[in-house]
Design a protein around this ligand. Sequence first.
Ligand SMILES: [Fe+2]
Ligand SMILES: [Fe+2]
Length: 346
Amino acid sequence: MEKEALPHVMPYVLKEEFENGIGLYREIFKAAKEKKIKPDHIQAAIEYLSQLLGNVEERNPRSILVFYPELYSNQEYLIHHAVNTAILALLFYARLKKPHQETIEVSLAALLHDIGHALSNPDLINSPKVLTTEEKLPLTNHPHLGYELLKSLKLPDVVLQGILFHHEKFDETGYPTMLPASRIPDSAKTVALVDLYDNIASDRPYSKGKSPQETLRIMLSLSGSYFSPEQVARFVRIMWQPLCGSKPFLLPGMIVRTNFGEVAKVTHIFEDHILKPDIEILIDRKNKLLQKPLPIKMKNDLERTLTKIYDEDHSKVILEKIQEKLQSVQEPEFKIELITKDEKKS
Ligand SMILES: [Fe+2]
Ligand SMILES: [Fe+2]
């Protein structure tokens, strides 16, 4: 697994620190089940996160963020997930150089974002079967249940909003309120990013966790639907190095898609503008295969963004298909199905 092959540099978060977080959140989760969360629990979480932030800031800025995936029951999954997302949010804000208090608050929101699940059946969370509407109800209700559990504890609004709105989406199809994108609070947007990262990267009973690189690339492809393009691009840019180390995000020769639906080949990368490479458009926005590639400098182009990056193997297959098509037909119409079929397999 690529995840285990990460270089053994000093991690941002030590195993012992991670386990302390697990112990702490286990207590909070247990109290939530009995509806007995107290201010002391929250205070302990704030102290834990503050200490962690201090430690992280002192560490080697070029080190890798290491997660400690272990086999866990459904309930343990929720506990690991909470700590993972809290650490991710903490590191993201620390790297953005956000003020201390803001960083702790968003990390606390991430730690507590799924606390409402303490009141639902944990077996349903990892269920591989399609759930009935009745079974789904307590699951989709968890942001609200969490908010209700915590609102009497006088938590900052940022934390409560992060919990209540972490399943809202940029395209306004989220829950519980289908909030317009402009009204989704920043803390909720950040919790949504780290939540999805950990969901994709973690092993689940019905799917194997993806490598950090794959996870970030999948997240990028949700630009414009799940997340706003700026929001996800910033997350990928900031978190690529701590999660993926020196592995390249993009390489010349890789195939990408743009927000206009174009398919292009990367020709040059700029380290300081990783999401703005030079590209050559091979298939235009009307699905037309171009006889002559169209060079574009994305750095000079404010509207065009990347929405998908194919890995090297996949890029090779797509390029071969395009070559074949270019040589074999007079008609330059290119059916995009050729590519989407491959996408489905990945
Ligand atoms: Fe959730
Ligand atoms: Fe979650």
